[in-house]
Design a protein around this ligand. Structure first.
Ligand SMILES: Nc1ncnc2c1ncn2[C@@H]1O[C@H](COP(=O)(O)OP(=O)(O)OP(=O)(O)O)[C@@H](O)[C@H]1O
Length: 272
């Protein structure tokens, strides 16, 4: 009797936990303007912890703009203004006294085009931990470099040439180097803006596999134009159109039975 009760309690608990996932970032009524032009309209979007959230939608709908607002990369664009509220673990990231450098260490970014520094592979990965004081000595720094490259699935390919230029690697390897560089500062969230668009199918598969593994330790938000990629790597998908968030739901639901006709049309390739 007691056992049944325990099982029931456990089931109820699991249900509660699954219906109330931990939210890593919360966007509330987020609007973004480039000068007079409004690019996003009152977007309400939550990012769940240890989840891959894909942002999809036709070109110019505001996916990258929303992504950049999550670590204040929009601050670097002249005339860009963000209104509404975005929190990281409940803390408002737009507070005027917030340390943006620290924010970007917590919310890292990987760009469309692999952009290693014109430095060695080792220096590409060790730079962030060095400036953020994450290593007390060279041995610790070596350790961070090795584990970051391991996590990015690149260690075996580069361990014998750590002091050669990062720019000498193939495109796919460079992108994994950029992922290692992002991972090296132990971020909590990693933003990826079309990280595979410059890669061939084999390099893309490797990065997708990597995203899958990284989810265990990080929260990931990825902008992608590939519906197959969104379906393969994400658990949640948010569909944007003309600056509006159309809908956000479990990826399976979005791809099998979306609530909005625009999502249906987009994933069927009817526009975009
Ligand atoms: N730096 C900028 N200055 C002015 N307008 C911009 C800037 N960046 C984006 N925009 C505008 O904001 C809107 C949203 O652009 P954004 O790049 O976020 O869309 P997107 O969905 O990521 O597009 P894509 O899929 O083509 O990358 C577009 O109308 C775009 O022209």
């Amino acid at each position: 009797m007691n056992m049944v009760t325990d099982i029931e309690v456990e089931k109820a608990l699991q249900k509660t936990m699954s219906t109330q996932p931990e939210l890593k970032m919360v966007g509330k009524d987020v609007s973004v303007y480039y000068g007079e032009k409004r690019a996003l309209y009152d977007v309400n979007l939550n990012v769940r912890k240890n989840t891959v959230t894909a942002l999809i939608g036709p070109s110019g709908c505001g996916k990258s703009t929303f992504l950049r607002s999550l670590n204040r990369m929009n601050d670097t664009i002249d005339g860009c203004r963000v209104t509404g509220k975005i929190t990281l673990d409940g803390q408002d990231i737009y507070l005027p006294n917030l340390d943006v450098v620290e924010l970007r260490a917590r919310v890292g970014m990987v760009f469309q085009k692999p952009n290693p520094f014109p430095k060695s592979i080792y220096e590409n990965v060790s730079y962030g931990p060095r400036i953020h004081g994450l290593a007390r000595n060279k041995a610790q720094l070596d350790q961070i470099v090795e584990s970051s490259l391991q996590r990015a699935g690149l260690w075996n390919e580069v361990k014998d040439r750590l002091h050669e230029p990062g720019t000498g690697l193939s495109g796919g390897q460079q992108q994994r180097l950029c992922i290692a560089r992002a991972v090296a500062v132990s971020p909590e969230v990693i933003l990826m803006d079309e990280p595979c668009s410059a890669l061939d199918p084999i390099a893309t598969a490797k990065v997708e596999e990597l995203i899958h593994e990284l989810r265990e330790n990080f929260t990931i938000v990825i902008v992608t134009h590939s519906m197959q990629q969104a379906a393969r790597v994400s658990q949640r998908t948010a569909m944007f159109h003309l600056g509006y968030l159309v809908e956000e739901n479990d990826t399976d639901k979005i791809f099998t039975n979306p609530d909005d006709q625009r999502t249906q049309d987009y994933i069927m390739g009817r526009f975009g």
